[in-house]
Design a protein around this ligand. Structure first.
Ligand SMILES: *[C@@H]1O[C@H](CO)[C@@H](O)[C@H](O)[C@H]1NC(C)=O
Ligand SMILES: *[C@@H]1O[C@H](CO)[C@@H](O)[C@H](O)[C@H]1NC(C)=O
Ligand SMILES: *[C@@H]1O[C@H](CO)[C@@H](O)[C@H](O)[C@H]1NC(C)=O
Ligand SMILES: *[C@@H]1O[C@H](CO)[C@@H](O)[C@H](O)[C@H]1NC(C)=O
Ligand SMILES: *[C@@H]1O[C@H](CO)[C@@H](O)[C@H](O)[C@H]1NC(C)=O
Ligand SMILES: *[C@@H]1O[C@H](CO)[C@@H](O)[C@H](O)[C@H]1NC(C)=O
Ligand SMILES: *[C@@H]1O[C@H](CO)[C@@H](O)[C@H](O)[C@H]1NC(C)=O
Length: 439
């Protein structure tokens, strides 16, 4: 029988095996230690997270100061009150989080369009298709449907007229297209700079367009949002690029428009979205004296239709106009990209990478992972639980018409505890770096 008698080489082999076993168990205990350390860290974060869920009231997490060995740093949850306990907002533990991925690009270059999410598809409406060599914008009436799962595009029934720099809003199965212009504003011969009051209504189920009652005012470079079955159109530019504070609402049941209280700060190139019970209006451009050619706004205001009251909300971290806005799950607004003016020159337009998310429940901004392809005059929408950013305008130095982009990029985020860092004894400006770099 073989194998009963052990040769010296067999013994060596066994010794080797035993040594390997010891080595493996050492590695295992190192792993165990590492896993325990990670668990302790997770537990610490979870403790803070539990704090975050203990009601909506503004809370300073007493006794947690030791988590960071700096007496000037503390944590607080759910606070929009920057003067809380003499603390200064210092950011979030989750600053910079999230990822971006490139998805199938648009089938044409496009800027100044609108994007509306509907279940797991996005409708991309109108816009300008200019290549940077044109002298007038090619304003289009095209409508594309983007499938967020299959990542392909289908051309739908076009809008009855071309349209760009307008607002679009969804109510159930209907998209309302309001404000904006139906011809390039570079064609000086156009009455009212090409602005239109016409409203077009798209029925998603039948893929057909109808015309609705005209809006009461010209609102170019405006924004729109829907809440409780009504469409709100807010601000923008009037004829000759005056700054508007006009707030108008369309009621599809009454088939009529009406005026609402003016927005506190007039501006054009602004963004808006509805979330919870309010319409939020963000950023934009306001330079009434025409003296400061970099007058982008960091203002955020919200309108509550039930009380008809405007409320001033925390400023954006980065002032900008013509950014993309989208509503994220969990009562959050995302504002990505946007326009800046380099060297304070009106005709040195550059696109920003910056991406900021506003936590409505906590009234707090958090800067998130920046978008790889900087753009302005762009549009975003959430579909199938993901948020896509389509097209936009690229760097535009002394060109009458800005070159446009095809890029489609998706933001991949994870929800996390609503925990914010506050600083004592120290003024901390989250925006300090962003004002010196053209992000
Ligand atoms: C814009 O329109 C002009 C005139 O119709 C056309 O020649 C040009 O190719 C268009 N450019 C783009 C980028 O669509
Ligand atoms: C724009 O014009 C420049 C210079 O004539 C040319 O090199 C470039 O290819 C043009 N771009 C497009 C998109 O046609
Ligand atoms: C999108 O992809 C699906 C599945 O491959 C296909 O059936 C459909 O025809 C595609 N649509 C377009 C517009 O390419
Ligand atoms: C733009 O709108 C005006 C006013 O409604 C209309 O007269 C004009 O025909 C429209 N232009 C285009 C290109 O649709
Ligand atoms: C716009 O400006 C032009 C030229 O200055 C002027 O003739 C016109 O009346 C202005 N329109 C409005 C509505 O202010
Ligand atoms: C809105 O703008 C108009 C025109 O400039 C102005 O008369 C009005 O007072 C403004 N409304 C508010 C609330 O500031
Ligand atoms: C805490 O703040 C004080 C006052 O601003 C400052 O002098 C001190 O250096 C800070 N300490 C640390 C550890 O940052």
């Amino acid at each position: 029988m073989k194998g009963m008698h052990m040769e010296p080489s067999d013994q060596l082999g066994r010794l080797h095996q035993e040594l390997m076993e010891v080595k493996r168990s050492v590695t295992r205990s190192q792993w165990l230690a590492a896993v325990l350390t990670v668990l302790v860290v997770i537990l610490a974060i979870a403790l803070i997270a539990v704090g975050a869920t203990q009601g909506r009231s503004i809370r300073h997490l007493k006794g947690r100061e030791g988590l960071i060995p700096n007496p000037n740093v503390t944590f607080a949850t759910g606070s929009g009150d920057r003067s809380l306990y003499d603390l200064t907002y210092g950011g979030s533990l989750f600053r910079g989080s999230g990822f971006w991925a490139a998805k199938r690009p648009l089938q044409t270059m496009l800027s100044d369009h609108a994007a509306v999410g509907y279940n797991d598809v996005v409708f991309i409406l109108g816009g300008s298709k200019s290549d940077g060599n044109s002298t007038t914008e090619n304003v289009t009436s095209e409508v594309w449907k983007y499938d967020s799962v299959l990542h392909n595009y289908t051309l739908m029934a076009p809008m009855p007229e071309p349209r760009y720099r307008f607002g679009a809003a969804l109510i159930e199965n209907t998209i309302y297209v309001v404000g904006g212009r139906n011809v390039s504003d570079n064609q000086q011969s156009q009455p009212n700079d090409g602005m239109v009051k016409t409203m077009f209504i798209y029925d998603i189920v039948s893929n057909t367009w109808t015309r609705g009652p005209d809006a009461p005012e010209y609102q170019g470079d405006t924004c729109a949002a829907a809440l409780d079955g009504r469409v709100y159109m807010i601000g923008g530019y009037g004829v000759n690029y005056t700054y508007l504070n006009i707030t108008t609402v369309y009621d599809p049941e009454k088939k009529s428009w009406s005026r609402l209280p003016d927005m506190p700060t007039p501006r054009g190139d602004l963004m808006c979205a509805s979330i919870a019970d309010e319409i939020y209006v963000l950023g934009g451009y306001y330079d009434p004296t025409n003296q400061k050619p970099n007058s982008f706004s960091s203002k955020m205001e919200s309108f509550n239709p039930k009380t008809a009251v405007w409320t001033t909300r925390p400023d954006l971290l980065t002032a900008r106009g013509d950014a993309a806005i989208a509503v994220l799950e969990g009562n959050k607004l995302m504002l990505v990209g946007g326009e800046g003016h380099y060297r304070d020159q009106d005709n040195y337009k550059y696109p920003k990478h910056v991406n900021e998310v506003y936590y409505v429940d906590d009234q707090t901004w958090v800067q998130k992972a920046m978008i790889p392809t900087a753009r302005f005059r762009t549009a975003a929408a959430t579909a199938g639980g993901l948020t896509f950013v389509f097209g936009g305008a690229d760097v535009c130095i002394q060109q009458p018409v800005c070159p446009t982009l095809e890029n489609n990029e998706v933001f991949l985020d994870l929800d996390h505890p609503h925990v914010y860092i506050y600083l004592k004894n120290e003024a901390y400006n989250d925006n300090a770096k962003l004002t010196t770099y053209p992000l």
